[in-house]
Design a protein around this ligand. Structure first.
Ligand SMILES: [Zn+2]
Length: 171
């Protein structure tokens, strides 16, 4: 065994054990998600951003997706970071990495996502479409890691008149 490896890798750690970051980001007043879950999402997104592979743009993004119902069921958090590629078109965004992980785990009920960037950027158009397939009413928390500020939006408000399954199935 490589003795240089840290005793506890990120994968072995409880993803909700992010205490150093909890409470560091004041929550927006119009937030609908329970504050405890919002804080966990924000902390998870900020931490996931640290894993971003962005040697070309240097723009690192972390995303954390809350699945299940916060008040019931068994909420889980899935994280993603952007993964760039020398073939630029092969790049994938943090939001789709997190969403794909949730789907692969059988979690299709989504209630919130935090996205952490410098400047608190909103998701790209492709990701908006990807996410709206599963959760048009999902709350999106946009986190500015430098200013330590957040704002929230409903996904459907970010993508009005989005393309939906009914449009395809009507053919
Ligand atoms: Zn995107």
């Amino acid at each position: 065994m490589n003795q240089n490896l840290p005793k506890q890798t990120p994968l072995e750690r409880n993803p909700l054990d992010l205490n150093p970051l909890l409470g560091q980001f004041p929550l927006p007043s119009d937030l609908r998600l329970p504050a405890t879950w919002a804080q966990r999402l924000i902390a998870a997104a900020v931490e996931a951003r640290e894993q971003a592979y962005a040697p070309f743009s240097r723009f690192r993004v972390g995303a954390a997706l809350l699945t299940g119902e916060p008040a019931g069921g068994e909420p889980q958090i899935f994280v993603g970071c952007n993964v760039e590629n020398a073939s630029y078109g092969a790049t994938i965004c943090a939001e789709r990495v997190a969403g794909g992980a949730a789907i692969a785990a059988g979690q299709r009920v989504w209630s919130g996502m935090a996205i952490a960037t410098r400047g608190g950027a909103a998701p790209c158009g492709v990701c908006r479409q990807f996410l709206v397939e599963f959760a048009p009413q999902m709350e999106i928390i946009l986190v500015d890691v430098d200013q330590r500020t957040c704002r929230c939006r409903l996904l459907a408000d970010l993508l009005p008149e989005y393309f939906r399954g009914a449009d395809v199935l009507s053919e």
